[in-house]
Design a protein around this ligand. Structure first.
Ligand code: UDP
Ligand code: MG
Length: 321
């Protein structure tokens, strides 16, 4: 009997993408056509409210390769990707966005690279069509700051669009933390990474789900989850201030003892109170970020809740021996 080449899972997180779903599925299908492999396409419906779920179930009725998992509410893209990695059974797993910003046409090339021995095939954006300069700039700044602060090196301009081999998926599935900053987790596990450059398209339909607030939270999540440098920074800034204050106090006492002190110096007073107060609040805020992460981890709530899971019809119960 001919040995069947390992099956591929394509994991697609979707949140309110009803408008572009059909086009996406067609483009994905035609990209997968050339492959001599079994495929499952896992759509993770992240609590959509626009009919995406019905559209997905309709797709599944037409295409036996399609599996659909629907969350009980919106848990966010990181949770959706986590669920996809838990459910996927392929020998390799491809993560791709549903808005056609990640061109499905590149999938055969990713698979070839994996066949040549890569464990992780990351896709680097050469350009970011249709994204505001603010987003481009903040992404740039975020990668630079992250890499300055964290021991885990994260290559810039590499998104979630990637292929992961089975052993990498298993490694990620073993990570217990609630803080699912996936880009960081991907970088943390290591293994043999090969990068392919591509041009990122503008969104096909609809609009991005990432407002500035969400991006800011995401950046804080990433940095706090992968670096303790902010905590140490608070210590050193505090220490520097304490030493400076002590020196100033000695000088001040000496001056008062020698020359007396007519009442003045209000500016010095108010400035030092404000600066110290500000620094203290900032340090407490940084502590708070870490303590709140500890709090969340200690509750050990599930990362997502699946309301309904319909696996792909075509997939046998276990692909991977
Ligand atoms: N997405 C998701 N849950 C969310 C937000 C987004 O599953 O809470 C999906 C979305 O449907 C898309 C992908 O994640 O398939 C990327 O989202 P988006 O295009 O909004 O992000 P951007 O490309 O702007 O980073
Ligand atoms: Mg997008």
């Amino acid at each position: 009997m001919r040995q069947m080449a390992g099956a591929i899972s394509v994991v697609v997180p979707v949140f309110n993408e009803a408008a572009s779903l059909r086009t996406f599925h067609e483009r994905l299908s035609s990209a997968l056509l050339s492959l001599d492999r079994r495929v499952e396409i896992l759509y993770i419906d992240d609590g959509s409210t626009d009919g995406t779920r019905d559209a997905l179930n309709a797709l599944r009725a037409l295409d036996p390769r399609v599996g659909v998992a629907s969350f009980s509410r919106n848990f966010g893209k990181e949770a959706a990707m986590t669920a996809g990695l838990h459910l996927a059974r392929g020998e390799a797993v491809i993560l791709i966005d549903a808005d056609l910003q990640d061109p499905p046409a590149l999938i055969p090339e990713m698979i070839r690279t994996w066949e040549e021995g890569a464990d992780v095939v990351t896709m680097r954006r050469r350009s970011r069509a249709g994204e505001s300069w603010l987003k481009t700039f903040s992404a740039y700044a975020f990668y630079r700051v992250f890499n300055m602060l964290s021991d885990t090196a994260m290559p810039p301009d590499v998104g979630d669009f990637r292929l992961l081999s089975r052993r990498v998926v298993d490694a990620i599935n073993r990570l217990p933390e609630r803080n699912r900053f996936m880009k960081g987790l991907f970088a943390w596990v290591g293994f043999k990474v090969v990068t392919i450059d591509y041009d990122r398209d503008a969104r096909n339909q609809g609009h991005t789900k990432w407002g500035f607030r969400k991006l800011w939270r995401f950046a804080v999540e990433g940095i706090v989850g992968f670096s303790t440098v902010p905590l140490k920074m608070a210590t050193y800034v505090g220490l520097t201030c304490a030493v400076a204050s002590f020196v100033y106090a000695v000088y001040f006492l000496a001056k008062t003892a020698l020359f007396g002190e007519p009442i003045h110096g209000f500016p010095t007073l108010i400035i030092s109170i404000l600066i110290l107060g500000g620094l203290q609040l900032m340090a407490i805020g940084i502590l708070g970020e870490y303590v709140s992460r500890l709090f969340i981890e200690s509750k050990a709530r599930p990362l997502y809740l699946i309301e309904e899971f319909r696996p792909a019809v075509s997939s046998p119960p276990l692909w991977v021996a």
